[in-house]
Design a protein around this ligand. Structure first.
Ligand SMILES: [Zn+2]
Length: 76
C-alpha cells in the first residue's frame, strides 16, 4: 500500500474529517511516517483542532513535531 496525500487539504477539526479519509502521522524531525488511529486518542481530542492534536503527539525519537497527513491508502 502507498499513501496518497490530498494536496492542500486538512479538515481543521478531527471530527470534520470523514471516516473514509485515511490519516497518517509524520514527524518533521526524524521523518518517520505511520498510520494514525483516531480511535486511539483520548475522547477529549476527538473534537480537537488538528494543530492541537499535533502538538500533543510525541514521536518515538522524542520530538513533538508531528504533522497529520490526510489522504488515501492505495494498493500498489
Ligand atoms: Zn521523530
Amino acid at each position: 500500500m502507498r499513501f496518497q496525500k490530498i494536496p492542500d487539504w486538512q479538515p481543521g477539526y478531527l471530527n470534520a474529517c470523514p471516516r473514509h479519509v485515511d490519516i497518517r502521522v509524520t514527524c518533521l524531525s526524524c521523518g518517520i511516517e505511520k498510520d494514525f488511529d483516531r480511535d486511539a486518542l483520548p475522547w477529549q481530542l476527538h473534537h480537537a483542532i488538528i494543530e492541537d492534536i499535533e502538538q500533543r503527539l510525541k514521536c518515538e525519537c522524542g520530538e513533538k513535531r508531528a504533522k497529520l497527513l490526510f489522504g488515501h491508502l492505495m494498493p500498489d
